[in-house]
Write a protein that binds this ligand. Structure first.
Ligand code: NAG
Length: 287
């Protein structure tokens, strides 16, 4: 069992270390896709346009496409605006996520599962810590995500990970290390995104296949902003600090999150008792 003072130390030390880094270093956040990202696959299907202000991914029968951030981040508030594949997007998946590398990697996922015209997209989220995921929560959205750009954000600090849609928190994963749940806090993550064909499972569990007559499918990105700590050569350079680094949801934000979860959540691993017959994961049993 942990003594009270070692618990306090293990909570305060990382926060203190980060505050020091934040106080001594700062970096500019604004940029362009040319400066911040590399196109990693798709053989010309991913394009950076408008002087670096717009990025498009496309998917056709031969291939999807993807990009990744040049930088690795360890904590931050990371915003990206996405406009998803319009029309009949069934079978397509647009993945947007942060991930570290290796078998014990950490990962923070947004995945957008396409649908038939008029049927709602599913926003699928997950959190991996130390290589272990199985923490899916799925939502419908309260708008058509294919008509306009909407902002999908992650606030990741030593206390919690918050998923946000247009500034509304939809999900939080708290740091419950003191209760034996691992939390991503020491492995830097890159940002990744890809558009690919997953018609073996994505839409109504794989029942509805991609209609290649509609190809190429295109998703668009703009307005990237990272107020974050950039991990460089074993050290961290932070920007926009003081706001996100110790951000906690206030009562209003918590109410907005509860309202989204009761109105738009369509799957929650924390209530799936059939899936966890030996008992729900620890983080699900702590308020
Ligand atoms: C697609 O639409 C159907 C019908 O509304 C719905 O059941 C399903 O959850 C939607 N999303 C996916 C990814 O299949």
């Amino acid at each position: 069992m942990m003594t009270t003072s070692s618990m306090v130390n293990s909570l305060l030390l990382p926060i203190f270390a980060c505050a020091l880094l934040v106080a001594t270093l700062s970096a500019a956040a604004a940029g362009s896709f040319n400066n911040d990202f590399d196109i990693t696959w798709g053989d010309g299907r991913a394009k950076i346009l408008n002087n670096g202000q717009l990025l498009t991914l496309s998917l056709d029968k031969a291939s999807g496409s993807g990009f990744q951030s040049k930088s690795e981040y360890l904590f931050g508030k990371i915003d990206m605006q996405l406009k998803l594949v319009p029309g009949n997007s069934a079978g397509t998946v647009t993945a947007y996520y942060l991930s570290s590398q290796g078998p014990t990697h950490d990962e923070i996922d947004f995945e957008f599962l396409g649908n038939l015209s008029g049927d709602p997209y599913t926003l699928h989220t997950n959190v991996f810590t130390q290589g272990k995921g199985n923490r899916e929560m799925q939502f419908k959205l309260w708008f058509d995500p294919t008509k306009d750009f909407h902002t999908y954000s992650v606030i990741w600090n030593p206390q919690q990970i918050i998923f946000m849609v247009d500034g509304t928190p939809i999900r939080v994963f708290r740091n419950l290390e003191t209760r034996g749940v691992s939390f991503p806090k020491s492995q830097a993550m890159r940002i990744y995104s890809s558009l690919w064909n997953a018609d073996d499972w994505a839409t109504r569990g794989g029942l509805i296949k991609t209609d290649w007559n509609n190809a190429p499918f295109t998703a668009s990105y703009q307005g990237f902003n990272a107020d974050a700590c950039v991990w460089i050569g074993g050290g961290s350079r932070c920007s926009g600090a003081g706001t996100w680094m110790d951000y906690e949801m206030d009562v209003t934000s918590q109410k907005r999150m509860s309202s989204v979860q009761s109105n738009y959540m369509i799957y929650n691993y924390c209530t799936d008792r059939k899936r966890f017959p030996q008992g729900l994961p620890t983080e699900c049993t702590i308020n």
